[in-house]
Every structure is written in structure tokens, then in C-alpha cells.
Design a binder for this molecule. Structure first.
Ligand SMILES: [Zn+2]
Length: 332
């Protein structure tokens, strides 16, 4: 039902899962670039409509007419395919495959916590679970999300009161939109870097409102026509700008990176920012364990992330291993 063929592959329906190479037929779980083909386009894909729009925006080359899950079913009457929300970024999905010999759930990237901008994940029980394990070490237990949101609003408010430019950093697809919603929901004025604003506009066109935000224009922030701090408000930008001229043009910026890696010691120094708050669009360690419990599989394959997580599961009596070539999968 599942094998490793340079990538995760379901031979029964000739379907690759999140391959980074162009394939004849591939499931694309979401539009982050590490889940998209790097040098060409898949011929046919299964994905949600939102993922297709976002992937086309990011790559400009995933230009395919996606078959729906229903049409895949009609290709093979023995295979039932369904997509379930993954709670990661807009459009992210898990794929569930049911065959006469059993069921399989592949998560892609996911989280179980609720989000302001993404539908909550809805995993279902399956015989085989193929899951990401990005934060698969016990040190990655995030504090309650309400606490992180409140701390962000507090830091931004304090910076504005001191006349410092707050700059909140998060990946331009997914994280940045969640940040924008936290800030606008709390009545803050928000300006977005162009890369973020472009994705914001797609989110809004797909029915996910983010509140009022302004697109960054250099003249609003620097020079004789610049707006005052209260009017331009907090800036939201991708993490890459942390050490760039974009940030260095401000005399006293306060940079805040929103990332699960903020649980690591010295994260501020590693990322070259003033603060790191643990806001993630991935499951933390507790959610990874919770997923396994909810899916209740006979077998778990971990993919992406810490190898130790498969060991953690085995220590708890769960049949688990890495989904990698040397672990040649033989299922059913
Ligand atoms: Zn992702």
C-alpha cells in the first residue's frame, strides 16, 4: 500500500506524497516550498483548491488542473481518497486512503491547536499513520497559545509606547497571517512587508479576513513624508529581514520572531532578534503524541523532524519507525 520510491509513494493508485520532484501524479498537502516540486511541475495533483492557488502564487509553475478526490475514486473503484483539514496553513490537508487491505493517513505538516486563520485539524483513525515529527523532542512543549498571543500584544504595545518600531517576524505563508490576525484583533495598526501583504490578499480572497492592514511603502517609514509611529503601527515581515538593511534602517527597532524554535536556549542570539515567542504552525511534542492516540494506528512512520520521536513511540509500545529508504517499508 505504501512504499519508498525516492519519496513516499502509494503504488495502488500511482500517487506520490509531497514529492519535491515533478511527478506524474502527486498529493500536495500544502503550499510551503519544502512540499512543492523544485524544478518543474507535477502533471496531476490532488490538493485543496486553496493550496493550488497559494502554490501557483509561490512557484508560478504548479499550473495543473487538479482532479478532485471524487474523480480519483472513479479511476480506481477499490481506492477511496479523502482530504481532511491539517490545521497547518490555509488549505493544508491530510490525505486518507482506504483500500480493501486497510486504511492509511498521511498528515503532511499539521497542528492540533486551534488557529485564527486555519480550520482545525480533523484526523481520523487509520491502520497506518505517516506523520511529520518536526518538534519530536520533549523539550518542545509550547505554552498555551493564549499566553503567547498576550505576550506578543504586550511587547508590541510597550515598544510603541517607548517610541521603538516593533517588527514581528514570521514566515510569509501561514505564520505571518496568524500574526496579523492576533494584532488586528487586539486593535493594533499593522503594516505588512510586500511578501506578507501578497499572501494576505490571497487569504482574504479565499474568505479568510485578517483585519485592516497597510502594505509597506518606504516613504511611509523613512524620509520627509514618513508617518508617525502611532499611524504606521507594528510591522510584520518574513524572518529573513532580521539581519537585513530593512531592519537596520530603523534607529531603535524591537524585533520579535514567532517560532517554535524559540523553546531552544539562546534562540534570540541564534536568530539575531530581540525576542522569540513560541508560536508555531506545527504540532508540539504533546500534540504529536495526541495525534497518535487519536489515529490509533497499527503502525506509525515518521517523516521530517527528529528521528528520536519514533524511538519515543516504540518506548510507549507503539510500532513506529522512520519513513526513509533504509527502513524499506513493507506494509500489509
Ligand atoms: Zn509547512
Amino acid at each position: 500500500m505504501l512504499r519508498w520510491q525516492d519519496d513516499l509513494y502509494l503504488p495502488a493508485c500511482s500517487l506520490y506524497l509531497d514529492s519535491r520532484r515533478p511527478r506524474p501524479f502527486c498529493f500536495v498537502s500544502h503550499a510551503h516550498s519544502d512540499h512543492l516540486p523544485q524544478d518543474g511541475a507535477h502533471e496531476r495533483v490532488i490538493s485543496t483548491a486553496q493550496t493550488l492557488v497559494l502554490a501557483n502564487h509561490r512557484l508560478g509553475k504548479l499550473s495543473i488542473a487538479a482532479p478532485t478526490a471524487e474523480s480519483v475514486q472513479s479511476i480506481d473503484p477499490d481506492t477511496r481518497i479523502s482530504l481532511l483539514p491539517a490545521g497547518h496553513v490555509l488549505g493544508s490537508a491530510m490525505i486518507r486512503v482506504e483500500r480493501p487491505e486497510g486504511s492509511l493517513l498521511y498528515t503532511g505538516d499539521f497542528k492540533l491547536r486551534p488557529s485564527l486563520t486555519v480550520a482545525t485539524a480533523e484526523p481520523t483513525p487509520a491502520d497506518i499513520l505517516v506523520m511529520e515529527s518536526t518538534y519530536g523532542l520533549s523539550m518542545f512543549r509550547f505554552p498555551p497559545w493564549q499566553q503567547t498571543h498576550a505576550r506578543l500584544v504586550e511587547l508590541v504595545g510597550a515598544a510603541l509606547a517607548e517610541g521603538r518600531q516593533p517588527i514581528v517576524l514570521g514566515y510569509s505563508l501561514g505564520k505571518a497571517q496568524e500574526i496579523v490576525r492576533i494584532l488586528t484583533d487586539n486593535g493594533l495598526r499593522v503594516t505588512c512587508h510586500g511578501a506578507v501583504a501578497a499572501i494576505n490578499e490571497i487569504y482574504e480572497s479565499l474568505g479568510t479576513p485578517l483585519g485592516a492592514f497597510r502594505r509597506y511603502r518606504p516613504e511611509d517609514f523613512h524620509g520627509p513624508t514618513s508617518l508617525d509611529l502611532a499611524e504606521r503601527g507594528v510591522l510584520v515581515a518574513p524572518p529573513q529581514v532580521a539581519r537585513s538593511a530593512f531592519v537596520n534602517r530603523f534607529s531603535s527597532p524591537l524585533t520579535i520572531l514567532m517560532s517554535g524554535w524559540g523553546m531552544q536556549k539562546n534562540a534570540r542570539y541564534r536568530y539575531g532578534v530581540d525576542e522569540v515567542l513560541p508560536l508555531s504552525d506545527h504540532a508540539d511534542f504533546g500534540e504529536l503524541l495526541e495525534l497518535v492516540e487519536r489515529v490509533s494506528p497499527r503502525k506509525v512512520y515518521t517523516h521530517h523532524g527528529y528521528a528520536e520521536f519514533a524511538e519515543t513511540l516504540r518506548a510507549r509500545g507503539i510500532d513506529a519507525e522512520l519513513a526513509r529508504p533504509e527502513a524499506q517499508m513493507r506494509l500489509f
